[in-house]
Design a protein around this ligand. Structure first.
Ligand SMILES: *Cc1c(COP(=O)(O)O)cnc(C)c1O
Length: 411
């Protein structure tokens, strides 16, 4: 992930002290203070060298809806190529508000309660930078976590507090969750459906997050980029729970929903005062981005309902193909409830050390995957030592080939 590489290099040279210490603590820097090589870069290089199928990185290998792609081409041809307004193109702001009302019954004012960002990643980083006061502020996250979370928390100078998710089911223990939230908690950061585990959090978990946020006057930040890729039940935004909307910032993006991860159009919505705080940071991070993609994403958000349900059904089928291959090979599969990834336990295949297992897998089976330890703080890696993450967001024939290779290598 070149993003993290660049971030580390830049901050190594200009900012000593707090960020560096926090980043080192989060496992983002090498022990000599240099740039930590990421497992993603290592595994992608292995895929290229061995010709293995790359199920490491989570990006689709086919395009999204043609209406959305055409709208972007038309926007470029029509001259929509200069800076859009700072909050985002008004029509996209309206489309986001309409989408939240249509799917979830959430009432969002497009003029004051939503801004467009450079992907969910910028929405998250700008939110943390805007709301964190200093190192005494804690951000509670479920672990394993999406890899930009620890970096963004370190960048904001806050303290990361993790609550473990454990197989099977990857739900947090409610007592452990309650014990992790204190008067120091500024933000409870939720990612639902969850990357990398594929969990969808139960109503009990979401309700407890809201209760604890009220109790300690914390803000809920929720990353819902897989909102339309929930396989067994419609997605429930935490902002729809009683008492949640007033203290929740909801983040999503077009990347996963429309198979356009390179477009980097995201958004964040919530109470106007919090959105204003996020905007003050966001305007100096990127100012604006993706002018011709913004109207295209507005087209996407207004697509007929069947687009969204078909996309979820197709991805669920892809997970089944992958899961069958993994089971045939001898993995214990944790069938996901949502999102791009299937987690499997490689212990029965001699993969008790999944990092070493993943380094050998391309030669052994012609498939690349990522050990779950890549999404875990250094102190807790042992808990997830035998688990491997496989991306299912690839064409059916690619997954069938990967499943065949895995099953063959397992025998
Ligand atoms: C892919 C992903 C993101 C990044 O979204 P962008 O819109 O590409 O910035 C954020 N969070 C999670 C959980 C993801 O899987």
């Amino acid at each position: 992930m070149s993003f993290r590489y660049g971030l580390s290099l830049f901050f190594m040279s200009v900012i000593p002290g707090a960020w560096k210490r926090a980043a080192a603590g989060a496992g983002l820097l090498a022990s000599d203070g240099g740039v930590a090589p990421t497992i993603f870069a290592e595994m992608s290089a292995l895929a290229v060298r061995t010709g293995a199928i790359n199920l490491g990185q989570g990006f689709p290998d086919e395009d999204g809806p043609v209406e959305v792609l055409d709208a972007a081409r038309e926007a470029i041809a029509a001259g929509v190529n200069q800076y859009p307004p700072g909050r985002g193109t008004p029509d996209l702001l309206s489309a986001i508000a309409e989408h939240q009302l249509r799917f979830y019954g959430l009432d969002v004012d497009p003029a004051s309660e939503v801004i467009v960002t450079a992907g969910a990643t910028e929405a998250l980083t700008a939110t943390l930078l805007a709301l964190i006061d200093g190192p005494d502020d804690e951000v509670v996250v479920f672990e394993p976590y999406y890899d930009s979370y620890a970096a963004a928390v370190a960048l904001a100078g806050a303290t990361l507090v993790t609550v473990p998710l454990r197989a099977p089911g990857f739900q947090p223990d409610l007592d452990e969750l309650a014990a992790s939230v204190s008067e120091r908690t500024r933000i409870i950061l939720v990612n639902d459906p969850h990357n990398p585990t594929g969990a969808v959090f139960s109503t009990d978990v979401l309700t407890e997050v809201v209760r604890l946020a009220h109790l300690q006057d914390a803000i809920i930040v929720t990353d819902e980029v897989y909102e339309h890729l929930s396989f067994h039940a419609p997605h429930t935004p935490i902002a729809t729970l009683p008492g949640a909307a007033e203290r929740t910032l909801t983040i999503s993006s077009a990347g996963k929903t429309f198979s356009a991860t390179g477009w980097k159009i995201g958004w964040v919505h919530g109470p106007a005062d919090l959105i204003t705080a996020v905007l003050t940071v966001k305007q100096y991070l990127t100012y604006v981005n993706g002018a011709p993609f913004q109207p295209a994403v507005a087209v996407g958000l207004r697509l007929r309902e069947s687009y969204f349900t078909d996309a979820a059904a197709l991805l669920a089928r892809k997970h089944e193909i992958l899961g069958e291959g993994l089971r045939a090979a001898g993995f214990a599969v944790h069938a996901p409830q949502g999102g791009y990834f299937t987690v499997a336990d490689a212990t029965a295949l001699g993969g008790a050390d999944a990092a070493a297992f993943c380094r050998a897998l391309p030669e052994r089976s012609g498939v690349v995957a990522i050990p779950l330890s890549a999404f875990v703080s250094p102190a807790h890696r042992q808990r997830y030592a035998g688990l491997v993450r496989f991306a299912a967001c690839k064409r059916v024939e690619v997954l069938e080939e990967a499943a065949a290779r895995l099953a063959h290598a397992g025998r």
